[in-house]
Design a protein around this ligand. Sequence first.
Ligand code: G6Q
Length: 571
Amino acid sequence: MTANTNDTKASSAKPSITESQAWQQLQAHFQQVQSLHMRDLFAADPQRFERFHVSLGDILLDYSKNRMTDETHRLLLELAQQAGVEAWRDKMFSGDHVNLTEDRAVMHVALRNRSETVMRVDGIDVMPQVRRVLQKMRSFSDAVRSGEFRGYNGERIKSIINIGIGGSDLGPLVVCESMKPYAQRGLNAHFVSNADATHLLETLKNVEPESTLFVISSKSFTTQETMLNAESAKAWFLSLVGNEKAIAKHFVSVTNNTEAAEEFGIAADNIYEIWDWVGGRYSLWSAIGLPIALYLGMDHFEELLEGAHVMDQHFKTAPLAENMPVIMALLGIWYNNFFDAQSHAVMPYSQYLRRLPAYLQQLDMESNGKTIDRDGERVDYLTGPIIWGEPGTNGQHAFFQLLHQGTKPVPADFLVPCISQNPMGNHHRVLVANCFAQTRALMHGKTTGEALEQLREAGLADDEINDLFAHKVFDGNKPSNTILFEKLTPKTLGSILALYEHKVFVQGIIWNINSFDQMGVEYGKELAGDIQGELSHRDQTECYDSSTNALINHRKDIYFRHYERRDYDKK
Ligand code: G6Q
């Protein structure tokens, strides 16, 4: 371990956060405020929005529709202070090995550092290498987009297929999907991740080899799904083109394992480097963002970086009380640990952001889905929530019922632009009105009096009203944040993604867990190997539990019978 790491570890050896004064005070405070209704808090204080919102550039975070008072706010901020959030944030920005279990720096902020500031990892300024790779991305993406770079037979590149999974998929995917209005006409971006060949084959149905560029994205270049898909894509390409040399014009790679990429057949020049201080789920800002640069152009990619940098500076310098990621993190902890909320919903009122919940699922759940704290002890409090969501207004016609009248508390984030990328008739006004109406209804609910009045106005008889009214009452007091922004531009998207990254970081610090490893993912990578071996022969499998054995044997029976019959039929 380096001196850096030892320092970090020594300073983290402290009593559980639940023993801190702030936590204890929050617990006592929770008893007093849990029965307060936000409806009354708003009625009693016309300035509530004024006090509980914060802006950064064109992004407004309204957090006034939360079950909190000034005292809650104060105590939550104290919790952040007592957990050492500021010190840990500074350690991350200084390149300390805050990823303790992997003994690594966590420096995705350097990837989008648009200032002249030096950013060191293990004593070395990483900015020159970051800028070198960005420059290489620019040259290549410019050449592809202008048609200067062409396929082996002179065709222009029309399709980019990213082959990667997890962090090497979700980040570029969410950005490309969200930024479609900025894409170049005639250029399509596809993302293939699943081991299920369907994903690759269905994608290949839409492209021609001469005009397709594959980006093999894998930090390790060993991930099973990615290797499978990359090999099958290469085989497909060669079967149609029949020319090994053509690979140099159609396959590039982003990886930390250049040797393996070269062995796969990728020309050295076509390899884009990433570094071990870039975590997979924090890597869209690195060369893993190459599909973004290709699809949207490097200027837009740099605007995305700029947006993230603005959020980084805000996170680094704004006082905790006005710090957007800190506020969102603390509210999340308030519900997770004091109200026992098991999940957190994300509702983008923007079709372009439809994949945001999936991206945030990985960011949050892979980072903070941990039980062992930084000191190696089992935690005795809840850590990361289940993240889920769908775009509005669709969710309203599906699961919103549970938000309004279910028995489980589900705090939610609503994201909505003020201006649409696709102004058309009344669509956007309807969309925004629905978003605001939902957060208002969740907060306010519908009282018994209001329900009765509505039923009377509808002309129902008294006995009908009696039977119905209880079903028409909405408790309200359901918390939400609203993130309202001007327009979904690359810069705004960069800020929003960085906002969530830092939110997750702050929560990890308070829960005293390492948000930057992913042992569960690695465990998954180990597991399938043995079973794959068992599936390849006909003998009965008996080495696992009865359930796993039976499932394996059942599949073998069906599979081998299916192929034997097919071979027999062919004869
Ligand atoms: C992310 C995780 C994980 C990883 C994938 C792909 O933080 O580490 O999702 O990104 O397993 O890994 P490779 O990029 O090495 O293929």
